[in-house]
Ligand binder design. Structure first.
Ligand code: AMP
Length: 490
């Protein structure tokens, strides 16, 4: 090897995670469970490419303040800009517009896969992460929204979160819009300022939000954030609105009617929420699974009506006992203008997106990951190059019966091979030494037992009687012997 060769430091870019078997298993389990829920509701699978033309993704990016507007983009050899998809909704809108004539309508599809966002990474905030979405394109019925909420709740439970560990919060953009129009606020920038202020209710409380709705707020460090510039009366009605959450969906509706009723858009929003509530009840979605929560904003600007956000209610703690905040584990809403960008025709649509990576992390932190330890393969010990054929035959026999098996292919001796098998969490090692081959037998070492004893999971003497650590059986009984160890797994 050339001593002077350039040696890059082995490192991965921030926000791009390496996922090992355990992480992948957790993610696949979630995607599988959620996909099944989507399919049960009649959604068909669709996959589109990772890249879209940048103009197809549009300006609905999560963090529009950054220079290249939140996406990873590059210029193709035909000079056109293409960008990695930042969610699964924008590609769906493009697909639906492209194939609208021939699609069954409403078009109901689900999709999963990685999405990429060129934003500042942080804890639980990746630049590449997996989403799993369902959307209905071509229905303006509130029942289509209710179905999204029902699938969100069912999907979370299918993924492993028990009832009470999560809640889906529901709001409608039209409520606040109606309220602001009634208060004479029509400037889009000012409306966005209001949304941004409302979004901080959790963190800053009512007093902090009041300042941000008005002139602005100085934080602890002395930095000043300019406010939305509402007058005191308008600010108070916005505050009353965001604090209108009550014990039940119908009680919240009543309170909301008192605050936003009267404006045309507000009344429309109220009627939609009421219809969603009625459908949720018919779908069997309980009050503790889905609530109306007027302070929910949702980041993306493309939502036009109902919005949903799934939150974890558990307060998991890290190794040091500090509470871990996960943010939202899923979200969605109604976006009636996204397909119209292409076709010019208003096409009502609604959808929900699970943040699979975040949900996996949340389940792990909550101790709800399920079988977290991967079961490794049976390892056939390799003693002698001359007998590789016998080792491979044993591995093939096990594989043919659906048992994961491999022949050790490293260069180390017996002890190291046993250590390897143990690190792989193998249930057993298969020993075909000279004696075994001569006698037509095989020795099977029960590694599950060794691990159980080492971890103190089991009473030593009882197990020793029932399970010898190592047995020698006729070669023809290999599969049955391994099977017995697998079946007895603790
Ligand atoms: P959004 O597409 O922004 O509506 O997000 C939908 C879901 O994706 C959120 O509820 C999160 O669970 C997840 N999510 C959004 N941004 C990130 C990120 N940067 N890293 C990991 N998960 C994310």
């Amino acid at each position: 090897m050339n001593e002077d060769a350039f040696r890059p430091e082995a490192r991965n870019p921030r926000g791009f995670a390496d996922k090992r078997a355990r992480d992948l298993r957790a993610e696949r389990r979630i995607v599988g469970a959620v996909s099944q829920v989507y399919e049960r509701y009649g959604f068909e699978a669709l996959d589109t490419g990772a890249f879209e033309y940048a103009d197809a993704l549009g300006k609905f990016l999560p963090d529009a303040d950054r220079p290249n507007e939140g996406v990873f983009a590059l210029q193709d050899d035909d000079e056109q800009w293409i960008a990695l998809r930042y969610d699964l909704t924008a590609p769906l809108a493009r697909f639906a517009a492209q194939h609208w004539e021939t699609l069954p309508k409403p078009f109901r599809r689900y999709a999963f896969g990685p999405v990429w966002r060129n934003e500042k990474p942080g804890p639980g905030r990746y630049r590449e992460f997996v989403q799993c979405d369902a959307d209905t394109v071509g229905s303006d019925r509130p029942e289509a929204d209710a179905e999204m909420i029902a699938m969100a709740a069912e999907g979370l439970e299918a993924a492993g979160l028990p009832r009470g560990a999560y809640v889906v919060k529901i709001n409608n953009r039209k409520l606040l819009n109606g309220l602001l129009s009634a208060a004479g606020v029509s400037d889009t920038g000012q409306k966005l300022g209001v949304l941004r202020a409302v979004d901080k209710l959790d963190r800053l409380g009512a007093d902090g939000v009041r300042l941000l709705l008005g002139e602005g707020r100085k934080d602890e460090s002395g930095a000043f954030t300019k406010g939305a510039g509402l007058n005191a009366k308008a600010a108070e009605s916005v505050l009353a609105f965001v604090q209108a959450g009550a014990a039940s969906r119908s009680a919240t509706l009543d309170k909301l009617a008192g605050v936003v009723g009267g404006s045309a858009e507000g009344d429309e929003g109220l009627a939609e929420l009421a219809a969603i509530g009625a459908a949720l009840t018919s779908l069997g979605v309980a009050e503790d699974q889905a609530v109306f929560e007027p302070s929910i904003v949702r980041g993306l600007e493309y939502y036009t009506g109902a919005v949903f956000e799934a939150e974890l209610l558990l307060e998991p703690t890290d190794e040091k006992g500090h509470p871990v905040k996960f943010g939202s584990i899923g979200g969605g809403g109604r976006y009636d203008d996204l397909v119209a960008r292409f076709t010019g025709q208003r096409t009502p649509a609604t959808g929900f997106s699970f943040g699979v990576s975040r949900l996996a992390a949340a389940l792990r932190a909550a101790g709800r990951e399920g079988d977290s330890e991967a079961r490794g393969p049976v390892v056939v010990i390799a003693f002698d190059q001359a007998h590789m054929g016998e080792y491979f035959a044993a591995a093939s026999e096990l594989r043919a019966q659906g048992i994961a098996a491999e022949v050790y292919l490293g260069g180390s001796g017996m002890r190291a091979q046993m250590k390897y098998a143990d690190r792989r969490l193998s249930p057993a090692a298969v020993i075909l030494g000279g004696d075994e081959l001569a006698a037509g037998t095989v020795t099977v070492k029960d590694l599950d037992l060794g691990r159980a004893l080492a971890s103190g999971v089991t009473d030593n003497s009882e197990w020793r009687e029932q399970r010898p650590g190592q047995i020698n059986v006729p070669r023809g009984e290999l599969v049955a012997t391994i099977r017995a160890i697998l079946d007895a797994a603790p």
